[in-house]
Design a binder for this molecule. Structure first.
Ligand code: AMP
Ligand code: MG
Length: 329
């Protein structure tokens, strides 16, 4: 079973040492818990894919303590520099050309590009500064399932597959980073997140269509291209204005009257509070549905504006029926 490390000096140093040795260590970021491993070591990259059962066509994001460190592995043009200056440290991932001498292993993604981020979480950055290597850190859960926002979520899903978890408390943002691709003729939003399209366009002007004009179609460039992702086991019904007696309610604002279990995302209808609670809410209700033998989860509507775009993106994929899709290369 993985060691649970406290997020103090000793825990940070232990996490950095384990990562440096090539072990897998989960740590909290402001978005979700990441499954960290050396991105410069192909064996560690392979171990990350194996631990998550992640399809090989879904590339990894590499994490750094600051933009200067990221600049060793990725080429920053003026648009990338402007976005990094505006949003780093923070929940924004940039897909950029590989730099000459890039340390990231070939198995982490496509041959010509890398995805890089400087997390907004101070403890995560302290670990990254101490290990001083590019660290790949996809969400610390089995591929396709609900992302973890506490150390306990990580232990429940991957406790037997990793060396340690650094307990950084609950993740304040609660949903994965926004991903922007700067390798096509136009900047393109690959995954909505806490940093909204409007936030980005306020800095760099209008973005292009989803594939940024690259149109290569060779590789999965966004988890958003998987119809089913972030999914509970229970059936999930969206935009529910009522809840049946044999359902559990994922509420956003005042719930309808009735006798059913409720997980409140935000009583006041606050989108940021709802994002921070989303994955814990899905986990809680998923367990409850299984325990009580209910028919499924009913989720109240969330307005698709601002951060609500990302919340609806996650819920739509979580509600998609069937198995996670795979794409053949
Ligand atoms: P995550 O599942 O949070 O680790 O995010 C991985 C996502 O980052 C992928 O599904 C892609 O959307 C994006 N990504 C990572 N690396 C690349 C890359 N080299 N090119 C395009 N997108 C990438
Ligand atoms: Mg994930």
């Amino acid at each position: 079973m993985a060691r649970l490390l406290a997020a103090d000096r000793a825990g940070i140093t232990a996490a950095a040492r384990l990562l440096g040795q090539g072990s897998l260590v989960a740590f909290g970021t402001e978005t979700v818990y990441g499954l960290g491993g050396r991105a410069d070591a192909d064996a560690t990259i392979a171990a990350i894919y194996a631990a998550k059962s992640r399809p090989a066509h879904n590339p990894l994001i590499c994490h750094y303590p600051d933009a200067e460190a990221a600049g060793r592995d990725a080429v920053f043009g003026p648009v990338a520099r402007a976005l990094a200056a505006a949003f780093w440290p923070g929940p924004l991932t940039l897909v950029l050309p590989r730099a000459p001498g890039c340390r990231i292993g070939r198995r982490a993604g496509p041959p010509d590009t890398v995805a890089v981020r400087v997390p907004g979480h101070a403890i995560a950055r302290a670990v990254l500064a101490e290990v001083a290597l590019p660290i790949a850190a996809p969400s610390a859960n089995r591929s396709g399932g609900i992302s973890p926002t506490t150390a306990q979520h990580v232990l429940a899903g991957l406790g037997d597959k990793i060396a340690a978890v650094l307990d950084c408390g609950a993740c304040p943002v609660g949903i994965e980073s926004t991903v922007v691709d700067l390798c096509g003729p136009r900047p393109a939003l690959l995954r909505p997140g806490f940093v909204t399209a409007a936030d980005i366009e306020a800095v760099i002007g209008p973005m292009g269509q989803e594939d940024g004009g690259r149109g290569d179609g060779r590789i999965l460039r966004a988890p958003g291209q998987l119809a089913r992702h972030y999914a509970p086991n229970a059936r999930l019904r969206l935009n529910a204005t009522g809840c049946d007696a044999n359902e559990a309610l994922l509420a956003f604002g005042p719930p309808p009257a009735g006798a059913f279990p409720v997980f409140q995302l935000s009583a006041t209808g606050d989108l940021a509070e709802a994002a921070a609670n989303l994955f814990a809410g899905l986990r809680t209700l998923d367990a409850l549905v299984a325990r009580a033998g209910l028919a499924g989860i009913a989720a109240m509507p969330i307005p698709a504006q601002g951060l609500g775009v990302a919340l609806n993106d996650r819920l739509t994929r979580a509600a998609h029926p069937g198995q996670p899709e795979t794409i053949r290369l």
